[in-house]
Write a protein that binds this ligand. Structure first.
Ligand code: A3P
Length: 880
């Protein structure tokens, strides 16, 4: 597809809706429809005004199509002119089914550009739109226009009122309907008609619209895919065409012959003149590539700039394995010349552009005579490129020790010195992606020790597929950026051998996968190979073409900066990605293949005891560890029996660190490793992290009366000589007000927060299915641990059952069950467990009963829903 911008400019005067000639009957219908709509609208206004409680004086949009045109004159890419509405940056997506192709493509696009969204099915109750008078959503996307018109009147009123009051726009896709043919269909409640199942050609965008930001209108797409387009017809001035196309078919409609070559409107903007809500209506889904751009621009425009993506796009093309390739497919001198020429051309379109060459010195001049000449020529011109170490012998890092890796890197270092190659980027890439993710700490250490390396990239985090979910992270001070695949592999060396042929490659470039990566990602690092630059130089064709195509269709500013700058930009844009989320390498085949064979997922816990603190977790831990088939973690020098990996600072130490706490089980099937960290229960991030690493793990928690738990914690802190606990009574702690000293408020929070059981349990249930969660009644654990341990074993499916009645015995002196050592001797938990202290004073008791009342009611409901027995202590609490 060629860019004809300079040849033909699309004249806006021509760009008008070609409205159908209206028959008298149709005019009448339209008039009746307008009257009906006006009545509906006026009565709705009345209802809406009466039902308005929270948002009495929100800012109101005053929208006219002309506003947009004026905005255009100021700055064509500035969508922030109407952005003074108090809304969040979230998108609400209303779908008929989240599993339909059309819904998935909307959600995937939002995920690819990292836009926060909430998805709901239209048949359910709509979510809350506001929080403390601030709108939650800045755009509402409807998978189906029809679903919107069929919303029940109450939901429709709430939705429309929210959009009007908060200046929130709607994006709607029209789904093709079967059995409709090409007849005109009126849109319920709007002066708008649709015509469906249409084939189109010569699609072009309205150059005058102020909606364009990423999109650069002006070109014509002659061949438009699909025969199920919807086009829009209206005489109302609120509707402004955003695209026009030509009918590619003729048909009879209602006795009337519709000519092909008639101009129609497949995407239309509703400027909001009818009901004060701005909309963009799409007559086709996102499977038409250009609609991705239109969709992103609509999100930006309708959110008043809140959902605008930056126009900067950074491109880096790595040639991973310079010098590595079989004889016959390597680069020769003319290929190197072509590489230099292409780089010069690309530099004029992508400022700062340099091919980034990853060298494996061992393979230097390992080809034919002509190929060796090519290698020499590359070295001669080495100062024209950027260079990075790709491991001297192209070794797989995960199979090497720290010493071996350092040795290899030192050889690379010497090679670079000998050949005057300047390696100053603090960037490197591991062959076969191994060692970067799943993380092999030795690689990170060797990189730092030898090269002072700070940046790398991989396509394996969190997984290779789908490409739009690839993300970055930082580990051991090294910034790992996501890497994009451009479809060029070591074996794709000739155009004709490209999977699916040239047509397929062109498709990827012209709106397909490769193009999309640039649209979605501000930072794009591509992986290519030596062989893609020899032979018929597929890579040069690919990158020069995609750059042209991007410049033809978008306003994106392509550029390249040094890897360090790139990494800083990346994590400035996405700071939430800095912290990695460790996945289980054994749940993904590709990850197992690049994970050291000495590492073993059997060395990870099968179940977790998550707390909360002071509910009897140490007793449970001790009893579990007595079981012949159950093994706990090794103690931590800092936190004793608890590893506390998933919360706090230990998490960033990584998987190798965590696994070191566990023995290698003798029998992976029958042996049960577990870990108990009582701080997991109420930590916000733990369920997500635990699920990412241990999705099949069983989760055990213990609940006692939350008031009792709070008091136990206070006593615990007091006996640890905590100054705040010593200075304040329990009642003073739990009733402390906001103006109290921070140490007092901290203690209050640690006393009270974990006891809000339902909140925490629901968070765990967001990640783990009910069948993986077991709730122990802490009172029963205390009074009848033998029975409790039988239940726990059944839940864990441990065979054969271990009989605890022989190993546990009540110790009258301790007042608790203890481990039987001999006939006379018991081994009880230390002095810190089962302390002796005065009972809670009645005022605190009463205060806490009220404090936890609602949560306790909710807990009993949740337990019933989970088919779980409501413990005695909770029944008693609810009776009071
Ligand atoms: P108190 O010391 O306040 O009585 P955790 O181990 O989670 O910190 O919980 C400590 C609590 O476990 C103790 O709180 C105690 O009541 C309870 N517990 C339950 N069974 C126990 C046992 N067999 N031995 C000691 N404490 C036990």
């Amino acid at each position: 597809m060629l860019c004809r911008r300079h040849v033909e400019k699309f004249k806006s005067a021509v760009f008008r809706l070609t409205w159908r000639r209206c028959s008298v009957t149709r005019l009448l219908i339209v008039a009746v429809a307008i009257c009906a709509f006006s009545i509906f609208y006026l009565s709705y206004r009345l209802v809406a005004t009466q039902t308005s409680t929270r948002t009495q004086n929100p800012p109101r949009p005053s929208i006219s199509c002309r506003d947009g045109l004026q905005a255009m004159r100021h700055n064509p890419n500035d969508h922030t002119l109407h952005s003074n509405f108090r809304t969040g940056k979230k998108v609400l997506v209303l779908v008929e089914s989240p599993y339909s192709d059309s819904a998935k493509s909307i959600l995937n696009t939002l995920e690819a550009v990292r836009m926060d969204y909430k998805v709901e099915t239209v048949w359910k109750n709509l979510p809350m739109f506001t929080h403390h008078d601030k709108g939650k959503f800045s755009v509402v996307v409807f998978e189906s226009l029809v679903a919107y018109t069929r919303l029940d009147s109450w939901n429709r009123q709430i939705m429309d009122k929210y959009c009007k009051d908060y200046g929130v726009g709607m994006i709607m896709f029209v789904q093709p309907m079967e059995n409709v043919g090409t007849d005109y269909v009126s849109v319920l409640g709007f002066p708008l008609e649709l015509q469906q199942n249409i084939r189109l050609k010569d699609y072009q965008l309205d150059t005058t619209s102020s909606i364009w930001r990423i999109t650069r209108p002006g070109e014509i797409i002659h061949s438009v895919p699909g025969d199920d387009w919807t086009v829009f017809h209206s005489n109302h001035s609120s509707y402004q065409p955003l695209a026009k196309a030509v009918l590619a078919q003729s048909f009879w409609d209602d006795q009337e012959y519709i000519d092909d070559n008639m101009t129609v409107v497949p995407v239309v903007r509703d400027c909001g003149l009818i009901d004060n809500i701005q909309r963009v209506l799409f007559g086709h889904g996102l499977d038409f590539w250009l609609h991705h751009l239109l969709f992103l621009d609509s999100l930006s425009f309708l959110s008043g700039g809140k959902l605008s993506l930056s126009l900067d796009r950074y491109i880096q093309v790595d040639i991973d394995d310079i010098f590595v390739g079989q004889t016959g497919i390597r680069m020769e001198k003319p290929d190197v010349e072509a590489l230099i020429d292409a780089q010069t051309r690309l530099q004029s379109q992508v400022p700062g552009f340099h091919f980034n060459l990853g060298f494996s010195g061992y393979y230097y001049k390992h080809g034919s005579e002509a190929e060796n000449e090519g290698d020499e020529y590359l070295i001669k011109n080495s100062n024209k490129f950027w260079w990075f170490d790709h491991m001297f012998q192209h070794e797989q890092a995960h199979k090497r020790t720290l010493e071996e890796l350092e040795k290899s890197m030192l050889k690379s270092y010497a090679f670079a010195k000998e050949h005057n190659i300047v390696v100053s980027q603090q960037y490197a890439v591991a062959p076969h992606h191994s060692g970067v993710y799943p993380v092999h700490d030795s690689l990170y250490d060797a990189w730092k020790n030898v090269w002072d390396m700070r940046v790398t990239s991989t396509e394996e985090y969190p997984r290779l597929h789908p490409f739009w979910r690839r993300r970055g992270f930082i580990h051991r001070g090294i910034m790992v950026l996501p890497r994009m695949t451009c479809g060029l592999f070591t074996h794709t060396i000739m155009m004709e051998n490209y999977p699916g042929g040239k047509e397929h490659l062109d498709h990827s470039i012209q709106g397909g996968e490769l193009f999309e990566t640039i649209i979605y990602n501000p930072v794009n690092i591509y992986m290519t190979h030596l062989s893609n630059y020899g032979n018929d130089r597929l890579a040069l064709y690919t990158f020069e073409s995609v750059v042209k195509f991007v410049q033809c269709w978008t306003n994106l500013k392509l550029q390249q900066v040094l890897p360090m700058q790139l990494a800083f930009k990346y994590f400035d844009l996405f700071p939430e990605e800095k912290e990695p989320i460790w996945q289980n390498p054994c749940s993904y085949k590709r990850h197992i293949e690049i994970w050291a064979t000495s590492k073993d997922c059997n060395r990870l816990p099968k179940f977790l005891v998550i707390g909360p603190q002071k509910t009897g977790t140490t007793a449970l831990y001790t009893f579990l560890a007595m079981h012949p088939a159950i093994m706990s973690n090794y103690p931590s020098p800092e936190t004793f029996e608890e590893v506390q990996f998933f919360n706090g600072k230990n998490y960033i130490k990584g998987l190798d660190w965590y696994m070191e706490f566990f023995p290698i089980p003798n029998n992976a099937t029958s042996d049960f490793l577990f870990e108990k960290s009582a701080t997991y229960f109420d930590n916000e991030r733990v369920p997500m992290r635990a699920h990412a690493l241990l999705p099949k793990a069983k989760i055990i928690c213990i609940l006692i009366n939350p008031a009792k738990r709070a008091y136990s914690w206070y006593q615990h802190m007091k006996s640890h000589q905590d100054a705040t606990a010593l200075n304040y009574t329990f009642y003073e702690v739990i009733t402390a007000t906001e103006d109290a000293p921070s140490s007092l408020l901290d203690l209050k929070a640690r006393c009270l927060q974990p006891g809000l059981y339902v909140q925490h349990l629901l968070r765990w249930l967001d990640y783990f299915p009910t069948r993986q969660l077991f709730i122990i009644d802490g009172e029963q654990l205390r009074s009848d641990p033998v029975l409790t341990m039988t239940h726990v074993q059944r839940f864990l499916h441990i065979q054969p059952l271990y009989n605890y009645s022989q190993s546990l015995r009540y110790d009258p002196k301790k007042g608790f069950f203890c481990q039987v050592v001999s006939e006379e001797k018991n081994k009880c938990l230390g002095r810190g467990k089962g302390r002796v202290y005065l009972p809670m004073e009645p005022a605190s008791d009463e205060y806490l009963r009220q404090y936890y009342k609602q949560d306790n009611i909710a807990l009993s409901k949740l337990l019933l829903r989970l088919n779980h027995r409501v413990p005695q202590w909770l029944q008693e609490e609810l009776r009071n």
